[in-house]
Ligand binder design. Structure first.
Ligand code: ADP
Ligand code: MG
Length: 341
């Protein structure tokens, strides 16, 4: 497929048409009507084949996840998404593959009323995709930064942890290991890896409620570590409060694959399942902090938008991260997550 027919196909497949897009795909640049009552929030994320997803991942899932990880960054700021641009590089463009990719992308775009307003299409040896998303935070609201955590704040996380990391491990294993698993559980875990749910509604609801926020892309310890670092605070995580999905609990009854070498040192305090929840990336849940006096407000938000929120720990004035075992013993840990270099 040639470059220009690919762009035509991308345009033809799009359903979202926003009134604030004066000029979308097709000219040299997009023209957008900007708001005066809000601040513009911009984020960008890339997925590279073989680095960010296994090479045999369905293209519809790659397209979906590409937008999801970007919207997750807007969610973590408390922003309302509006537009996206898409740079794609492929060795060659296959019509069916492009359609599948865009179907995944557009499916999620429609849920959040995000319009694709431009991009770039180039050739490369390895498929690689970059999206930039733009969204809004009303000027009357406080944005959700990583730097706002204060001593005594409680630490929360949405949804469940470790699912995506467990899915990735399971996919690398022999059939004999996976066979005893309930198919439902395996499917749920794979969905969590390939089609993460960006917590856009939650992020917006947490504006002016939470004191700090981050999305969990590299693992809870690593991402909470960013909050602690930027806030100049420490934190304690209660091991027995980590939230698990029933699929996760079902899958680990058959035993767990080997713990990554970087995290073996944790095993004298925590179980292999807890290691996955603490260090597994790709869950795209929100980890946030909030003062004690808004605890009931957070419970209300959780009920209203139907997203479980777990209270997992507290912020301390003394720097460093610790985990509290069910008996009450504290152990210092290093916030280690995935790093590219
Ligand atoms: P130029 O050569 O002026 O940079 P292009 O031929 O690259 O323009 O792009 C033409 C139009 O198609 C532009 O509006 C551009 O934003 C859009 N476009 C190109 N590639 C993509 C893509 N992968 N996704 C969305 N829009 C794209
Ligand atoms: Mg161009």
């Amino acid at each position: 497929m040639r470059e220009f027919s690919a762009i035509e196909a991308i345009v033809a497949q799009q359903a979202v048409q926003r009134a604030d897009v004066i000029c979308g795909i097709g000219d040299d640049a997009a023209i957008l009507a900007v708001r005066t009552d809000a601040q513009l929030v911009v984020a960008m994320d890339t997925l590279v084949a073989g680095v960010h997803y296994p090479l045999d991942t369905e293209l519809a899932d790659v397209g979906y996840k590409l937008l999801a990880v970007n919207l997750s960054d807007l969610a973590a700021m408390g922003a309302e998404p509006a537009w996206a641009t898409l740079a794609m590089s492929w060795p060659f463009i296959d019509e069916g593959g492009l359609r599948a990719f865009m179907s995944g992308f557009y499916r999620l775009a429609q849920v959040h009323n995000v319009q694709l307003i431009g991009g770039d299409t180039t050739q490369s040896q390895v498929p690689a995709f970059t999206v930039q998303v733009q969204g809004w935070i009303p000027t009357t609201s406080r944005p959700l930064l990583r730097s706002g955590a204060r001593a005594g704040d409680l630490i929360y996380v949405s949804g469940t942890l470790g699912d995506a990391a467990l899915a990735l491990r399971l996919m690398g294993l022999k059939e004999s290991w996976i066979e005893p698993l309930e198919l439902d559980a395996l499917h749920c875990l794979k969905q969590r890896l390939n089609r993460p749910t960006p917590r856009v509604e939650l992020g917006r609801a947490l504006r002016d409620v939470a004191s700090s926020c981050i999305d969990v892309s590299d693992g809870l310890l690593a991402d909470l570590g960013h909050i602690l670092h930027r806030s100049g605070m420490g934190g304690i995580i209660n091991l027995d409060r980590l939230p698990y999905s029933s699929a996760f609990l079902n899958a680990i009854t058959t035993g767990l694959p080997r713990v990554d070498e970087r995290h073996v040192h944790l095993l004298d305090t925590v179980t292999p399942a807890q290691v996955l929840a603490l260090t597994g990336g790709d869950d795209y849940e929100l980890c946030f902090t909030a003062p004690v006096h808004v605890a009931t407000q957070i419970a209300d938000i959780s009920a209203q938008i139907d997203v479980p929120i777990a209270l997992i720990g507290e912020i301390t004035a003394e720097p460093g991260m610790q985990i509290r075992a069910p008996g009450g013993n504290l152990k210092s840990v290093n916030p280690s997550g995935y790093e590219h270099f």
